[in-house]
Design a protein around this ligand. Structure first.
Ligand code: SF4
Length: 75
């Protein structure tokens, strides 16, 4: 199983990744919307109800309710 991406990972910091979309700082991420999360992002591949793989963060699992600034809607 892939290791969990932490918020302190340098790339996670660079892309504003949070394990819970509800904790994203609106002042730092003005384009963020509360309904956006990894589970409804185009780059997410579900592995379980709570986590999955992300095309950006290779080799790590991201939280289903997480978010980062690369978020894009599923087609
Ligand atoms: Fe989550 Fe999408 Fe960002 Fe990956 S690109 S961490 S799936 S919001």
């Amino acid at each position: 199983e892939l290791p969990e991406l932490t918020e302190t990972d340098p790339m996670a910091i660079g892309l504003g990744y949070k394990k819970d979309t509800a904790t994203v700082d609106a002042a730092k991420q003005p384009k963020h919307k509360p309904e956006q999360n990894c589970a409804n992002c185009a780059l997410y591949t579900s592995k379980s109800d709570t986590a999955g793989a992300c095309a950006i963060f290779a080799g790590k699992q991201v939280s289903a309710i997480g978010w980062c600034s690369v978020w894009a809607p599923k087609a």
